[in-house]
Design a protein around this ligand. Structure first.
Ligand SMILES: *Cc1c(COP(=O)(O)O)cnc(C)c1O
Length: 357
């Protein structure tokens, strides 16, 4: 199968090879150095700046979102949540579950966050801002500079879920004054699902000091303390952390974050140029390099997903809920090439000839 889904994505040779090997015992100096290197390279690629820390949780991305809400906010906060789809909705629900007062900027599917939306909340007494920078459910990629400027002006602690944009689009955590950034193993890092990462700025670290969290597994202070010696409080997904290490080193040798962003941008641009003759419309006003959301003009989107999977051996990503029949998504992350784009485009052209697109 050729994998254009939004995670897990197509895995590279090295990552697959590590997946076939014996899982090593991990309370060792060797594994500690792997973890310390993982932390150093994550901080470097996010440009998190001096004094930042990274935490690795054995849990999917949503757990890192939940840990952030639980550890960095309390009933004394008032956070603004951008809710433009199912991931924004998830942040809003997490605030409710954990008793963090929140207001939502609710956007319609495919609607871009603008200055006008934010104007309503100038000097409104908010303390934090939660956003999924690339709302992966719709493919809307928000303007990080607009959000960052608003947060700086209003003194808000900014949390960015960058799960599907980190390493696919330029991201400078320090320049944007991002307090905490969230990502996970199964998107651009192109590893199996199961590990999520949190990068914490010095601001986030001092916020943590003033809070106490009612959780054992999601206690970030405990994770940070163990991380100082390259360890985790509990048994981590050892193999995935080794795979992450291989990927981070691969990226470092190839030219770092910028190189991976350029590589994915090339794939995305190539695909977007070559679908122009096909009966599909790009369904977002502002795109991340990570993904192209497509609205097929003549057929239901979920059927396109089924036919590509069952008849051509290709996974794209279907949508759920109200967008199920309207949009399918094509990912550009992971070990994909221009030749793989050609295989997908040949399949889409063939489907068009068969009146299935
Ligand atoms: C993939 C993704 C997540 C993580 O979801 P999990 O299924 O919990 O790994 C969270 N936010 C965004 C924006 C995503 O794209």
């Amino acid at each position: 199968m050729l994998n254009f889904a939004m995670g897990p994505v197509q895995l590279g040779e090295k990552v697959r090879e590590i997946g076939t090997q014996q899982v090593p015992y991990f309370r060792t100096d060797e594994f500690s150095s792997v973890m310390l290197e993982n932390e150093r390279l994550m901080i470097k690629f996010a440009n998190a700046g001096p004094g930042a820390r990274a935490v690795f949780l054995t849990a999917s991305g949503t757990a890192a979102m939940e840990a952030t809400v639980m550890n960095l906010f309390s009933a004394q906060d008032k956070v603004l949540v951008v809710n433009g789809g199912s991931f924004g909705q998830r942040f809003a629900e997490l605030c409710n579950i954990h008793g963090v007062p929140s207001c939502e900027i609710k956007l319609a599917p495919g609607e871009l966050l603008t200055e006008q939306h934010l104007n309503l909340y100038e000097n409104a007494g908010c303390t934090g801002f939660l956003v999924n920078l690339h709302e992966t459910s719709t493919g809307v990629y928000y303007d990080a500079n607009l959000i960052s400027a608003f947060c700086k002006r209003n003194g808000l602690f900014l949390v960015v879920d960058a799960i599907s944009t980190f390493l696919a689009d330029p991201f400078d955590m320090h320049a944007l004054n991002v307090g905490a950034m969230i990502t996970s193993s199964q998107k651009v890092l192109a590893c199996p699902p199961g590990v999520s990462m949190l990068i914490l700025s010095p601001d986030a670290l001092s916020r943590l000091e003033q809070q106490s969290v009612k959780s054992m597994y999601f206690d970030l202070k405990d994770a940070l303390k163990n991380g100082e010696r390259g360890q985790t409080p509990f048994t981590p997904a050892v193999s995935i952390l080794l795979q992450i290490n291989a990927r981070l080193n691969e990226l470092e040798v190839a030219g770092g974050a910028e190189h991976e962003v350029d590589r994915i941008a090339t794939l995305a641009t190539d695909f977007r140029e070559r679908i122009l003759g096909l009966p599909v419309e790009i369904a977002s006003p502002r795109l991340s390099n990570a993904m192209t959301p497509l609205h097929p003009l003549h057929v239901p989107a979920d059927r396109v997903f089924q036919v590509l999977k069952n008849e051509y051996g290709i996974w794209v990503c279907p949508n759920g809920g109200e967008l199920r029949e309207k949009i399918f998504r094509v990912g550009h992350m992971g070990a994909l090439t221009l030749e793989d784009n050609s295989i997908l485009l040949d399949a889409m052209n063939d489907m068009n000839r068969r009146c299935l697109l």
